[in-house]
Design a binder for this molecule. Structure first.
Ligand code: SF4
Length: 478
């Protein structure tokens, strides 16, 4: 079929019939629901820019697997240039949509599977890699989007998967049949699960002998029987439902909890089933890649925040205020450090036995730790520059009201050169970028918790060479 246009992508989602709940009600029409559509539009940007002549060379590449042009979101990287392109595309898209565009989670699952299925087959003589490559061809040929089902709900954190009073706290295989497996459990924080055609499930943690039923990886269409999407609340979400005060007038982010209620998966879609020692690899590869992805998209979001801060300085008449300029510089250097770290992780990438290139995990995790703290600081600086109306700007409906609207516009007027309507719009965008919980909390927890980022840095760092460097300088010979 080849590359889809954005319009074709949106029409392709209409053909899916997922089971969806939101605000206590079933949602039958996902694509035209305003809350969900704002998220779908953000993923749609990954299709839209692939069509644009100025970006096509960056986003579209030739697949060695199907010998056709494909969107890089379905391309496991096979070179340093591929790794670098991932970060550049994410920055471009982050700047374009000012929030999460959701398609990278599935991409990062594809990369993790491309490495690990090969390694499992080498050890056990299984055929997971062939199944995976068949699935990848399907993704590439049809230009599909995938969502990552990685984070289990985990129940009591002091207990392992097998020790939970309710074993469904970790998604697991409940039945093996001749034609496939049946799985049960729930994956939470499923960014854009309804913007995706496929859900790729990976284990959530390292597993031990005796935990084979939890060591499962597979892919199913997002409207498979038994898959239930329950859209999570995010601050400001009813703004989109109301069609008022949205701030970002084009895009948004949503993240459902996805329940797998006895879901059947045919064997040709199963990519790991019981090989416990490889669960850790899948998690590690997925997480490292997703942390690299964040370095691009969040730098792009800071670009929007910098643009908003500079615009507000013009609208407020504070363009020449020295400490505001300093704050903008502080925002820019945070974006560039994030981006630089993710680029460095890419340039230090190495080929794996499967031929897929893997990033430097220490640099990717350093980027993510930086993001967890510095996105909050960039947000604080943007609000500091903009002013207090970010907190409590009256509604657009009040600005449009025939009685109070003209009064509000009189009192909201800033610089004489700036139309008051534009100042109002920019305040609202800043509120959205600062307070959209589904997106801002991913600064901290996206791709795993901050503690996981720190542990990975320590585990993957060559600490011995550092000890030797210090001892050599001190003249210590062991
Ligand atoms: Fe992609 Fe994650 Fe960034 Fe969303 S937050 S755009 S899924 S890297």
């Amino acid at each position: 079929m080849g590359l889809m246009t954005k319009a074709e992508y949106i029409e392709s989602l209409r053909k899916l019939k997922p089971t969806v709940y939101m605000f206590g009600q079933r949602v039958e029409d996902v694509v035209d629901n305003p809350r969900l559509r704002a998220g779908i539009e953000a993923t749609g940007a990954t299709y839209e820019l692939a069509e644009a002549p100025e970006y096509r060379d960056l986003i579209v590449t030739q697949s060695k697997l199907i010998d056709e042009p494909i969107n890089r979101f379905n391309n496991p990287p096979a070179s340093i240039a591929d790794l670098v392109a991932r970060v550049k595309i994410n920055r471009l898209l982050g700047r374009r949509v000012g929030t999460c565009f959701q398609r990278c989670t599935g991409q990062d699952c594809l990369v993790a599977l491309s490495v690990t299925t090969y390694d499992v087959d080498r050890k056990y003589g299984t055929d997971y890699n062939k199944r995976f490559l068949d699935f990848l061809k399907h993704m590439q040929k049809n230009d599909l989007a995938a969502n990552a089902g990685v984070t289990d709900v985990k129940g009591d954190r002091s207990l392992g998967p097998n020790e939970q009073p309710d074993k469904d706290a970790y998604l697991h295989v409940v039945e093996k049949r001749v034609d496939g497996i049946v799985v049960r459990g729930a994956k939470c924080h499923q960014t854009g699960s309804l913007s995706a055609h496929e859900i790729i499930v990976l284990p959530t943690r390292a597993l031990r002998k005796g935990e084979e039923e939890f060591a499962v990886a597979f892919a199913v269409p997002s409207d498979t029987a038994g898959v239930i999407h329950v859209v999570g609340r995010s601050s400001l979400d009813t703004r989109e439902q109301d069609g008022c005060d949205c701030g970002n007038r084009r895009y948004s982010k949503y993240a459902p909890t996805v329940i797998f209620d006895n879901v059947f998966v045919p064997w040709n879609r199963v990519f790991l089933c019981g090989e416990v020692e490889f669960a850790a690899d899948l998690v590690a590869y997925f997480s490292a890649f997703h942390r690299q992805s964040h370095g691009g998209c969040k730098a792009g979001k800071i670009d929007c925040m910098v643009g908003a801060a500079l615009t507000m300085m013009a609208y407020n008449g504070t363009e020449k205020v020295g400490h505001h300029k300093e704050k903008v510089i502080d925002m820019i250097h945070r974006a560039e450090t994030l981006y630089g770290c993710s680029l460095a992780a890419s340039y230090e990438g190495k080929p794996m036995p499967s031929g897929t290139y893997f990033i430097d995990p220490v640099l990717a995790n350093a980027s993510k730790i930086h993001e967890g703290k510095e996105m909050a600081e960039a947000t604080r600086l943007m609000i500091d520059i903009a002013g207090g109306f970010v907190a409590d700007l009256p509604s657009d409906r009040d600005f449009d009201h025939p009685d109070v609207g003209p009064l509000l516009k009189k009192y909201l007027k800033g610089s004489a050169q700036a139309p008051v309507e534009n100042r109002i719009k920019m305040f609202r965008l800043i509120e959205k970028m600062a307070m959209e919980s589904a997106d801002t909390i991913s600064d901290i927890h996206g791709g795993g918790s901050p503690a996981a980022h720190r542990l990975t840095i320590f585990r993957e760092s060559d600490t011995q060479s550092k000890v030797e460097a210090a001892k050599r300088l001190a003249g210590i010979e062991d």
